[in-house]
Design a protein around this ligand. Structure first.
Ligand code: ADP
Ligand code: MG
Length: 397
């Protein structure tokens, strides 16, 4: 369904291939704390190695604001990649990304060799899609592969600019898989199609709600964003998260759901506390909250109602936790949804969103889902119905 050329459509033997990966992994004190994105990049890299390509990898990591900084170096990624691939990954450590080390390493490559460039955001023009860095990146290669789904919603040198200066630009397996999963779900879902939206803010997901209401049979809302909706329904929500200026929007979306015949489900009970604290007393509360209480998770009745709404689902897209899952007392709603998805037979279950993916993995349900997207922002933009510039930029089939 993706009408873009992929690594399967081109000759790779003996070619210098620049691959934009998403190695933007979380790090703490120089140690990678979650290497999902590295693992997800392996199928494309292995394919290129096996086909005799000369594989030059690049990626951004974090948001270095003051130019090159050790803590944003991709050196730890090079090390883990070598271990995963069982072969040397030469780390071309240039603050200028395409500097003397990179040029020398690339010139010395044999078929099947792998080089990793330094963090592309060490160059300021990367995020401005500047021509100079785009040309320098292109000068290293004969073929360009974009496999960085997590960065595909950004028009940067390494995702878009570079494609103007290479003849052959294709997508990798991860990009293909992400787009096929999300694209099939949104445009061609096996029904019933249920979307679950949660997380902290309505404003982050306005366009997602609006777009998904055109597509789904049922829309389930939980998490912090649910309380702006409950307020719109006329409930007292105490100190719960509220976006005052989105109450009207919430009303519009409820009306839109009605008009489209979409079942829109909102919490009927919540776990509430007077403090944002896992050690404070908390209770299940139906309907109105006291003025000094805040809702930090969906309650047991809501969990049961949502599980029932999911029971016959054939396609599920889930973005955003149902509560403050980082605190054990308020993780149960998110666990209940994860369990409901894990128990589905013959359903396609897709998790998008950085915190949702972290929650599902952390709670031990990672391998029970059909697909966990590696792209937070990119998956949201996809669900909004937007075209991703990094995908648009590669060659059509
Ligand atoms: P994602 O990254 O999956 O798109 P978001 O970033 O939108 O999700 O939201 C995740 C955050 O929302 C989590 O840190 C979680 O603690 C918070 N959250 C969820 N429910 C609530 C709530 N009821 N009150 C406050 N914060 C909440
Ligand atoms: Mg988030």
């Amino acid at each position: 369904m993706l009408n873009k050329k992929t690594v399967d459509d081109i000759q790779l033997k003996g070619k210098k291939v620049l691959v934009r990966c998403d190695f933007n992994v979380p790090m703490k004190d120089g140690v990678i704390t979650d290497e999902n994105r590295i693992v997800a990049a392996l199928p494309t890299i292995k394919k290129l190695i096996n086909d005799g390509g000369q594989v030059i990898l690049c990626s951004h990591m974090g948001k270095p604001k003051n130019g090159p900084e050790e803590k944003f170096s991709l050196a730890p990624v090079a090390k883990r990649l070598s271990e995963h691939l069982g072969k040397e990954v030469v780390f071309a450590n240039d603050d200028t990304v395409v500097g003397e080390n990179a040029k020398a390493a690339v010139a010395a490559m044999n078929d099947g060799d792998v080089v990793l460039l330094q963090n592309t955001r060490f160059r300021k023009e990367e995020t401005k899609n500047g021509e100079e860095l785009s040309k320098e990146l292109a000068s290293l290669c004969e073929v360009y592969v974009n496999d960085a789904f997590g960065a595909a919603h950004r028009a940067h040198c390494s995702t878009v600019g570079v494609t103007q200066f290479v003849d052959t630009a294709v997508v990798g397996y991860l990009m293909e898989k992400e787009i096929n999963f999300l694209g099939n779900a949104v445009d061609n879902p096996v029904r019933p199609f249920v979307a679950i939206l949660g997380g902290s803010k309505v404003s982050d997901k306005i366009n997602v709600i609006n777009n998904l209401l055109n597509k789904v049979d049922t829309l389930i809302i939980g998490g912090g964003m649910a309380y702006t909706f409950m307020k719109a329904q006329g409930y007292e929500i105490g100190k719960s998260l509220l976006e005052e200026d989105k109450i009207e929007y919430a009303k519009e979306m409820m009306a839109k759901a009605e008009e489209k015949g979409v079942k829109l489900l909102l919490p009927v009970d919540n776990m509430v506390s007077k403090e944002f604290n896992n050690d404070a007393p908390f209770r299940a509360c139906e309907g109105n909250l006291e003025a000094d209480e805040m809702a930090l998770d969906i309650g047991p009745k809501t969990q049961a109602m949502y599980a029932e709404a999911l029971a016959d689902a054939k396609t599920v897209v889930w973005n955003g936790p149902m509560g403050v899952f980082e605190m054990s007392n308020f993780a149960k709603g998110t666990v209940a949804i994860a369990e409901a998805l894990a128990s589905l037979k013959d359903a396609t279950t897709i998790i998008g969103g950085g915190d949702s993916a972290a929650a599902v993995n952390q709670l031990g349900f990672g391998d029970k889902m059909s697909h966990i997207s590696t792209g937070g922002g990119a998956s949201l933009e996809f669900l909004e119905g937007k075209e991703l510039p990094g995908v648009v930029a590669v060659n059509d089939k």
